[in-house]
Design a protein around this ligand. Structure first.
Ligand code: NAP
Length: 306
């Protein structure tokens, strides 16, 4: 392994089935093709294609003869269906194959799924990621990985094609557990920023000047650096849709309940996502949770350009 955690970047061609061509998956599969791998794609709703990749009618057909099956679908139920449902990849699993899952799903379900396929000599590597659609497109994702080191090493050329760094967090399911701990922080840091903007606006503070102050002090964060300009332009087009962050918050609360951990602040933030969804914002970026706070306060946060 080198400093990136990606190992050497020497190329060798792998046969990969890529299942799920949403915002993230389509760009990831495209980068695998560009890196010279032999890729067969499948998507639940037919018609999505990746130039240079084969297309299969079912997950089982895509996985036939593959060394690696890489998934990037919506949630725990989707992963269950794609692997174990009708025409699922399970039918095509053979000893030595690796399933890599970049969907963000339940850590405990991941451990159960991995146990089921282990009986057939198949390794499960959970590889949720961070980096949003821009990172997926540019091949600069950061992967948060759980699984046996030998399997992760075998996936090295594929990680290198799609991302800039991997972090191995422990055995299978620890990638998912860590991803939830990361998104918990993103949701709460953004909520703190949104509440501060709302209050500051109501009190007559110039929000552009507030942003400059944040940048110059320890209040600064990657979340605010990234989201601040979008929010002040009132650009809520989805980079990470509210519905997916809401799904991750619910997964986090479920995992906390299973582990008997209380997360009172996240429970409150979850209610805000629930109400923002009722207001019709689920397909906007999660930054649109701000609009709910604005509605309650009777103000609208604006930067100079908005
Ligand atoms: P997306 O654009 O909503 O795509 C979801 C994909 O899952 C689509 O291919 C969809 O197929 C498929 N799917 C949904 N339900 C399914 C089911 N029951 N069976 C089979 N396939 C199903 O989502 P995305 O943004 O690509 O995100 C994918 C995963 O990555 C999610 O777990 C998300 O939390 C995670 N993630 C996303 C981001 C981001 O910035 N977007 C960042 C990090 C992690 P159809 O085309 O048929 O609907």
């Amino acid at each position: 392994m080198d400093a990136t955690g990606l190992g050497t970047k020497e190329k060798f061609r792998m046969r990969v089935a890529f299942l799920g061509l949403g915002i993230m998956g389509e760009a990831m599969a495209t980068n695998l093709v560009k890196a010279g791998h032999e890729v067969t794609v499948w998507n639940r709703t037919p018609g999505k294609l990746v130039e240079g990749a084969g297309v299969a009618p079912t997950p089982a057909a895509a996985a036939q003869g593959a060394e690696v099956v890489w998934m990037c679908v919506a949630d725990t139920e989707a992963v269950h269906q794609v692997v174990f449902g009708m025409d699922g990849e399970e039918a095509s699993l053979t000893e030595g194959m690796i399933i890599a899952d970049s969907s963000t799903i339940s850590p405990s379900a991941t451990a159960r799924f991995a146990e089921q396929v282990k009986a057939r000599g198949v390794a499960w590597v959970d590889a949720p990621m961070t980096g949003s659609k821009i990172g997926a497109r540019e091949g600069t994702l950061v992967f948060i990985v759980g699984g046996e080191e030998a399997s992760i090493d075998r996936l090295g050329p594929l990680f290198a094609a799609m991302g800039k760094k991997i972090f191995r967090m422990g055995e299978t399911s620890k990638g998912q557990a860590t991803k939830l701990a990361m998104n918990l922080q993103i949701a709460m840091i953004f909520e703190g920023f949104a509440e501060a903007l709302t209050l500051a606006t109501k009190l007559g503070v110039d929000t552009q000047q507030l942003l400059s102050l944040i940048e110059a002090t320890m209040v600064r964060s990657g979340v605010v650096d990234y989201k601040g300009p979008f929010v002040l332009r009132r650009d809520f087009t989805p980079n990470f849709p509210l519905r997916l962050m809401h799904k991750d918050i619910k997964l986090t609360l479920e995992a906390a309940k299973e582990a008997r951990v209380k997360l009172p602040a996240l429970e409150t933030v979850e209610e805000i996502y629930e109400m923002a969804t009722e207001d019709g914002h689920k397909d906007l970026d999660y930054a649109a949770t701000l609009t709910l706070l604005e509605k309650w306060a009777g103000v609208q946060v604006k930067g100079k350009a908005a």
